[in-house]
Design a protein around this ligand. Structure first.
Ligand SMILES: NC(=O)c1ccc[n+]([C@@H]2O[C@H](COP(=O)([O-])OP(=O)(O)OC[C@H]3O[C@@H](n4cnc5c(N)ncnc54)[C@H](OP(=O)(O)O)[C@@H]3O)[C@@H](O)[C@H]2O)c1
Length: 317
């Protein structure tokens, strides 16, 4: 009798735990797709006027190429004037001219090397001071493209990575959010990475800087909500850009990389529709699969894959 009672309570407890775990999983997995579908259906009924909803200017760090360029083109198409902050090179000039002539909006080019870190603050503040900035995309980022053991890279490379991947976002958000709060409207988009959601041995500094971006963004979202400012965290998987060019000598990585225009189309469709996204349904499915595995296992698999990448590279060199 006592044993039957024990088995009954155990079954009930396990059922409750099971239902709770399943509910959490369903919520975590489907909140983003449901948010996107809801946003898209609302958009079908009444299209959003971006300049009214957010403001006149969109600032995109690293907006001259890759994913940032996709954002710059998108916001220009929506009628916003664009500020591109990037390295002073031909790519910046060409992208700015192309956007200006295609979408007939103003494009302000700000030449800045984010690897200089906090010494850029005053310069950027002066450049952005007079603008009604409605959108900030913290996109700029660099990676140590090839897998390497942590201590084999020079500290100067890590300093550069921290400045570009973290401090650029810290500085720009600090300058722009104060004004957005006063106006009680705006949109902040922070580009993290799937690599920041799980530690990545042999690429750990990049992965750690991206973990910072995800945490920074998800916490800021709560602070900003009371002021009518939206905040979206984007965690892409592999996209074929200059950043991943060297890695794409590997056939597997070439196959799984999304082409940047296709990625950009999906990514920009999701702007303002969900709090956190990979930006692309294929990346979303990949992340769901990763999340089904124990974290320790995914870290070990990533490590083994990176080690075999180094071995293959050494053989071909
Ligand atoms: N590609 C991927 O698979 C992937 C995956 C996950 C997350 N992400 C993230 O997505 C973001 C964009 O990456 P992406 O692949 O589009 O990179 P990308 O094609 O290399 O573009 C990077 C942009 O940042 C600019 N930039 C680089 N270093 C800079 C510096 N020191 N100062 C100022 N501007 C600088 C580049 O300017 P120049 O063109 O003049 O160099 C370019 O406009 C990054 O944060 C990255 O971590 C990318």
């Amino acid at each position: 009798m006592e044993l039957a009672c024990f088995v009954q309570s155990l079954t009930l407890t396990l059922t409750v735990i099971g239902i709770y775990a399943l509910t959490v999983w369903i919520y975590e997995t489907f909140k983003s797709p449901i948010g996107i579908l809801w946003g898209l259906s609302k958009q079908c009924i009444c299209d959003v006027n971006f300049t009214e909803r957010y403001g006149q200017w969109a600032v995109i760090s690293g907006g001259s190429d890759g994913i940032g360029r996709q954002y710059a083109r998108f916001f220009a198409r929506k009628g916003l004037n664009i500020v591109i902050i990037a390295l002073p090179d031909e790519i910046l000039k060409q992208t700015a001219e192309e956007i200006e002539s295609t979408f007939h909006v103003q494009v302000k080019q700000i030449s800045a090397d984010f690897s200089k870190g906090f010494e850029l603050s005053d310069y950027l503040k002066n450049e952005l001071d007079d603008l009604d900035v409605g959108v900030l995309v913290n996109n700029v980022g660099v990676a140590n493209t090839l897998p390497v053991y942590y201590e084999t890279c020079a500290l100067s490379l890590y300093q550069r990575m921290v400045n570009v991947n973290i401090n650029a976002a810290v500085i720009l958000s600090h300058i722009i959010l104060q004004r957005m709060k006063q106006r009680r409207r705006g949109l902040l988009i922070n580009i993290a990475s799937v690599a920041g959601l799980r530690p990545l041995p042999l690429g750990l500094m990049y992965s750690a800087t991206k973990a910072f971006m995800a945490s920074f963004s998800n916490a800021l979202r709560e602070e900003l909500a009371d002021f009518g400012i939206e905040c979206q965290t984007v965690t892409p998987y592999f996209v074929a850009t200059s950043m991943t060019e060297e890695l794409r000598v590997d056939r597997f990585l070439r196959i799984i990389s999304s082409d940047v225009e296709t990625y950009g189309k999906f990514l920009t469709m999701i702007v303002g529709k969900t709090a956190q996204t990979t930006g692309y349904w294929l990346h979303g499915l990949t992340l769901t699969a990763i999340n089904l595995l124990p974290a320790d296992l995914t870290i070990k698999v990533a490590f083994e894959a990176a080690k075999s990448w180094i071995k293959k590279k050494n053989l071909t060199d």
